[in-house]
Design a protein around this ligand. Structure first.
Ligand SMILES: Nc1ncnc2c1ncn2[C@@H]1O[C@H](COP(=O)(O)OP(=O)(O)OC[C@H]2O[C@@H]([n+]3cccc(C(=O)O)c3)[C@H](O)[C@@H]2O)[C@@H](O)[C@H]1O
Ligand SMILES: Nc1ncnc2c1ncn2[C@@H]1O[C@H](COP(=O)(O)OP(=O)(O)OP(=O)(O)O)[C@@H](O)[C@H]1O
Ligand SMILES: NC(=O)CC[C@H](N)C(=O)O
Length: 702
């Protein structure tokens, strides 16, 4: 008894097309795994070029450079005597595949191409890769340079199981785990002891639970399941959230961090492969195993395990409980890590936020502060890369003794841009107090001059003076006047971001947006106002989640001022305040933020049209609203959604965090010029009529 295998997985903060950096991070992970006594290391999906290359996967250079980097890795003296599982695109018979290359001691063992590609939501793998056919195995002719390096010409490529002298394992790539008929089922029935899952899986609020359930379920009938994921922002809207882990027989024994600024994190465990035996001793499994597909086995002349007796001190990993963050923590940490990667990789000098005193820009600013807290914590832990990047951002100054507030003051500027009449002293005061509390450099100014200049120019040119609604103006005039203000703020934001003394990096300060996912869905924003920014950390987060986040951050970040943001009624402050009128978001929108979350979920996640949405809500909301009232609500939502959909084509790139994000650029592809939904309206109205007639009939019978 006792076949002890010490094995490693890792999470790497790769960057699309950063071949040098990606290679260095992979080699560092291999070094750390070897230092921990590992005989096998798993790396994330497509980790050599990076996962998020999108159409760069169609370039031949990407294939060539990936092999060149692979050659550098496998020939490195640091990468010997350990089985290495690497991710790169593979061209076989001129068909592109998303592949894994397994190597040992400078030789290629075999190639495992991905069978089930991911093509939902943000994923477009079918655009660049062809799925490998299940159970197929071919011979692959290695690129000439690799032939020269390894002395090999051909290696097996396909759906295979690997067999060392003392253990068996097989690869399963990311999405393959998420399918109903995952390859690991057949591998496991064939006796494969370890499944190696390499992933490029992004953060989404409350998603980790699904991932961990899939992994623990995949190993519950006996076996080891290793999971390796990318981490960080690799050049796009997604944050890959690590959580690489090792499980055995349905129980987790190791889990990597979900959010951290560490570029390389290696997770190593020693597992006893003989522990798998007992978990596989059911006759029903045995009978299924007799009928399992017979896989090609790639034999490896290498021992992965040691006997317990030869190393009695080796500690076998024990079961641990999965670690989940609360959604509020996920909001604080995920976008903060993403912002840090974006800042250091863009080489900009810092961030700028137009701070209104409302909850959304407050959330964006608090996330920047969260980033500063993470940076300072990483500096204290001695993270060399973070120290280097932070020192650059602070113009070479010593960062070792800085507080989060000190660092924030070096990389973050905010500005309140008020109107003398419309901006209340409360919003102005809140903005300033928040900036002071987090240490940001703050500007307080009024934009009346710009507003009046635009208004006068337009009035003189058109010989027509627009008036606010409260002064007797028509809706169109009222909105035009609001938009003069909001669009001027956008121009001023860019002017400040470019010219503030802190703007010493390439591109100055990056302007952050703070339109939330619900406003985007309803179109409650002015096109090209401050909703237009460089990037937006909260554009994929709902208003309700943002409020909970601010409530959490008040205590977690010791910022008492945040309570005042929660207590305030959300208002755009774009219309003059009078004795009996203060503009309020939910009144303006004609729906609540809570309702918007429901519509967003039904439209995108449940894939409901107007009619199905009405049917569903007639049931879900039956205690509050009649079917007729539900119809009015759904119809109103779809109307605003449709007339404002064009705003999604230019919406600022946002951290993707919510399943119902309406971002038209990558995630939610739909038309932006809609007809009115007369067909669905008529159908519902007919049904309402039938319902009314039925009720009248029933009443008559009584
Ligand atoms: N089908 C179509 N395809 C392409 N473009 C189309 C279009 N229809 C209109 N447009 C364009 O869009 C323009 C109308 O959109 P836009 O200029 O944005 O203006 P609009 O949506 O009419 O008004 C902005 C709304 O957002 C509210 N707001 C503004 C600022 C902040 C907040 C907040 O608290 O969050 C709320 C404000 O109170 C108002 O209700 C048209 O003038 C036209 O240029
Ligand atoms: N007085 C202001 N000073 C600075 N920026 C402002 C001001 N008013 C609005 N903004 C910017 O414009 C964005 C959208 O405006 P608005 O406040 O109307 O909408 P919001 O999405 O409800 O945001 P918030 O909750 O931050 O107020 C804000 O998030 C903020 O970045
Ligand atoms: N890269 C992939 O195959 C992604 C798979 C899966 N849908 C996830 O989000 O993790």
């Amino acid at each position: 008894m006792g076949r002890l295998a010490t094995i490693s997985t890792c999470q790497l903060d790769q960057w699309a097309l950063d071949f040098d950096g990606n290679r260095d991070r992979i080699l560092e992970a291999i070094r750390q795994a070897k230092a921990a006594g590992s005989k096998l290391i798993l790396t994330p999906e497509l980790c050599i070029p990076g996962y998020g290359l999108l159409d760069h996967f169609q370039e031949l250079d990407t294939f060539t450079h990936s092999w060149e980097v692979l050659a550098e890795i496998i020939s490195s003296p640091d990468a010997q005597d350990i089985i290495i599982d690497l991710g790169l695109p593979i061209r076989h018979n001129d068909v592109p595949h998303n592949g894994r290359v397994l190597a040992l001691n400078g030789k290629i063992l075999a190639i495992r191409p991905k069978i089930d590609l991911c093509n939902d939501g943000n994923y477009r793998e079918m655009r660049y890769f062809t799925p490998w056919t299940r159970y197929r195995v071919d011979s692959y002719t290695l690129p000439h340079e690799i032939q020269e390096l390894t002395g090999q010409t051909e290696v097996p490529i396909g759906d295979i199981i690997f067999q060392t002298l003392d253990a068996t394992f097989a690869s399963e790539l990311c999405e393959e785990l998420w399918t109903p008929d995952s390859p690991h089922i057949q591998y496991s029935l064939n006796g494969a002891e370890i499944i190696l899952n390499s992933s490029g899986s992004h953060h989404e609020l409350r998603k980790l639970d699904t991932r961990i359930n899939l992994i623990t379920n995949a190993s519950k009938s006996g076996g080891v399941y290793m999971y390796s994921n990318q981490k960080g922002c690799d050049g796009d809207r997604l944050y890959y959230d690590g959580c690489s882990l090792i499980a055995i027989n349905g129980q987790m024994v190791a889990q990597g961090s979900q959010f951290s600024l560490r570029d390389v994190e290696v997770i190593t465990s020693t597992v006893d492969l003989d522990d798998i035996w007992s978990a596989r001793q059911s006759r029903s499994r045995g009978m299924q195993a007799m009928k399992a597909h017979d896989f090609t086995r790639v034999k490896i002349d290498f021992a992965m395990t040691v006997k317990t007796r030869s190393n009695p001190k080796l500690r076998i990993a024990e079961a641990i409980k999965p670690r989940y963050h609360k959604p509020e923590e996920e909001i604080a940490l995920g976008p903060a890590c993403w912002l840090w990667d974006y800042l250091r990789r863009s080489t900009a000098a810092g961030y700028f936020v137009p701070l209104s005193g409302g909850i959304d820009s407050c959330a964006t600013a608090t996330i920047v502060f969260s980033m500063c807290r993470l940076v300072i914590a990483a500096i204290k832990e001695g993270d060399e890369q973070v120290i280097k990047d932070a020192t650059r951002l602070c113009s070479g100054d010593d960062v070792s003794k800085m507080s989060a507030q000190d660092f924030c003051g070096r990389v973050f500027n905010t500005a309140f841009m008020g109107m003398k009449e419309q901006s209340s002293k409360e919003t102005r005061g809140r903005a300033e107090q928040l900036a002071n509390a987090i240490g940001a450099q703050h500007i307080d100014c009024n934009i009346d001059e710009v507003f009046n200049a635009v208004k006068n120019l337009v009035s003189n040119t058109l010989d027509f003076t627009p008036r606010f609604k409260v002064h007797g103006g028509e809706p169109g005039e009222n909105i035009a006047l609001q938009n003069f203000q909001s669009r001027s703020r956008m121009i001023l934001s860019y002017a400040f971001a470019q010219l503030l003394p802190t703007s010493k990096g390439r591109g100055g300060l990056l302007v952050l947006g703070s339109a939330n996912v619900d406003e985007a869905l309803r179109g409650y924003l002015t096109k090209y106002d401050c909703s237009s920014a460089d990037i937006n950390p909260i554009g994929g987060i709902s208003k309700t989640d943002l409020i909970s986040f601010i409530a959490w951050a008040e205590h977690a970040f010791e910022l008492p001022i945040l309570q005042e943001f929660i207590d305030a009624t959300p208002t755009a402050e774009l219309e003059p305040i009078t004795d009996d009128y203060v503009q309020s978001d939910e009144v303006d929108m004609g729906m609540t933020y809570k309702e918007l979350s429901v519509y967003g979920y039904l439209r995108k996640v449940r894939k409901f049209g107007l009619y199905s949405m009405w049917e569903k809500l007639c049931v879900d909301w039956r205690d509050q609203y009649t079917p007729g009232e539900v119809y009015t609500k759904v119809r109103r939502f779809m109307w605003f959604y449709a007339i404002n959909r064009h705003k999604m084509t230019t919406i600022t790139p946002a951290y993707y965090a919510e399943q119902y994000a309406p971002d038209d650029n990558r995630f939610d592809l739909r038309p932006f010029l809609y007809p009115s939904f007369t067909f669905a309206h008529r159908k519902i109205e007919n049904e309402l009529k039938t319902m009314e007639e039925g009720e009248a009939g029933n009443a008559g019978e009584k």
